[in-house]
Design a protein around this ligand. Sequence first.
Ligand code: FE2
Length: 219
Amino acid sequence: MGPRGTGTGPESVPLVAPTPLWYRAPMRVAILSDIHANLEALEAVLREVDRAEVDRVVCLGDVVGYGASPEECCRILMDREIPTLLGNHDAAVTGAMDEGYYYEGARRALQWTREHLSPATYQWLYSLPFCMLEQDVGFFHSAPILPSGFFYVVQVPEAQTHLQVLDRLKPVSFIGHSHLTLAFALGPKKVPLIVLFDTTHGTSSETRGAKWLRIRCSM
Ligand SMILES: [Fe+2]
């Protein structure tokens, strides 16, 4: 009998077992959010993303607003076909949200942005979804309890309201909008267990089985 895996006869044994259908390889996902038309920051982050050779990139929205390069930032996401959500600034620029929500300076930035977008980019922004739901993970710009409401999740009570919809949440929900890095663990069995972390998550007996709301997390 020849070396394992090299023979062609019935006695040969493959070195690598066939992958079972149920097996899902771990995937590395880079999650961007709240670019706010900052081209230099986006390019720097994407350089790191490319260096890290991640499997996927997702953008949680607010590509425009405030910054000086809305068209360029949108173009990069469009060209790379990065799945992107609708942020509140994106919605306001396209007229899908009342500008009364914003203070004067932000409103002027929205108007300026509107005047500096190509028709194709405007259409792309208009077409973006509020959220993306996958098997084990949800992506949102703002509070998952009502994605179109653009509510923040930065305080414990705001996370706590999500106990009402715990059965509809995926095990992990990624949220942008606040420009903060936080994580909340919503306890199983409707227990209002909410734990705040900074940039990393822990797996303690308290949080095992919990559903997570992760706010503006990096890779
Ligand atoms: Fe936002």
